[in-house]
Design a binder for this molecule. Structure first.
Ligand SMILES: [Zn+2]
Length: 141
């Protein structure tokens, strides 16, 4: 049986994060008050989906059969251009320091999650091939 988990993100096709009405900081993961100024007025807003890879690691073991068949599995921390650091599934062969763009996808168990792919038009085809290979479906706009 597949594990279910969540990102805490709203059901939107674009990257949508909490923004503070008081200090304008973008917050992630979702929270009740702003991580910067503790104001309680956070509003979900579409944000820029680009960022830079801070660190990369590869998983060599998974209890999830859907992931185990694609090991090693690459995960990364990404510093979004709008501020927060997020953890994502990373398209293979992307290294620390690379610029990436984030997408919301769904795995076979219908978990919505974040993936990062290379941020250039030449990589669009390889990103699509990778998503197809690992059975991640892009959430249609
Ligand atoms: Zn704030």
């Amino acid at each position: 049986m597949a594990t279910t988990f969540g990102t805490g993100l709203p059901n939107a096709t674009d990257l949508t994060l909490q923004c503070c009405d008081h200090c304008h900081q973008v917050n992630y993961p979702p929270r009740a008050v702003c991580g910067n100024c503790l104001a309680g007025s956070l509003r979900w807003q579409r944000v820029d989906n680009t960022g830079i890879v801070l660190s990369v690691t590869q998983l060599h073991y998974s209890l999830e059969p859907e992931y185990a068949e694609h090991l090693p599995w690459t995960v990364a921390s990404i510093k979004l251009d709008c501020g927060p650091v997020v953890l994502v599934h990373l398209q293979p062969d992307i290294v620390s320091g690379a610029t990436v763009k984030l997408k919301l996808v769904q795995d076979q168990a219908a978990n919505r999650m974040l993936v990062a792919t290379a941020d250039d038009s030449e990589s669009e085809k390889s990103a699509s091939t990778w998503l197809e290979t690992v059975n991640f479906k892009e959430i249609p706009a």
